[in-house]
Design a protein. Structure first.
Length: 107
């Protein structure tokens, strides 16, 4: 997307950081007991962060992507994402889950 839609460069970089924060929080939560003092607070922060991330993607940069790319390109990208799901990590406690997910999407 960075090459195809240069107008969303800053959004994508911010998105990488938001994914990183979610990955870190998921890893921390996976290592914690639900009874731990900070478990609920950490879960709340994760939920709020992911909700904000989704809202921003859907309302800000997905429309820019749809406007810049044709239907065929969007369908091809959608298929690539479906294919990437097969090799993407499925458990947040996996080491470097974020890196593996990004690598799956760009390879």
């Amino acid at each position: 997307m960075r090459a195809a839609v240069p107008d969303i460069e800053a959004d994508i970089l911010e998105s990488y950081e938001e994914h990183h924060v979610a990955d870190v929080l998921c890893s921390e939560l996976a290592a914690m007991s639900p009874e731990a003092e900070r478990f609920d607070a950490k879960t709340t922060v994760l939920i709020e962060s992911v909700e904000h991330h989704i809202e921003e993607e859907e309302e800000v940069w997905f429309p820019k992507v749809r406007e810049a790319l044709g239907r065929k390109e969007l369908q091809e990208i959608g298929q690539e994402m479906l294919n990437a799901r097969q090799v993407a990590p499925h458990h947040p406690a996996q080491p470097s889950a974020l890196k593996k997910a990004i690598d799956a999407l760009i390879s």
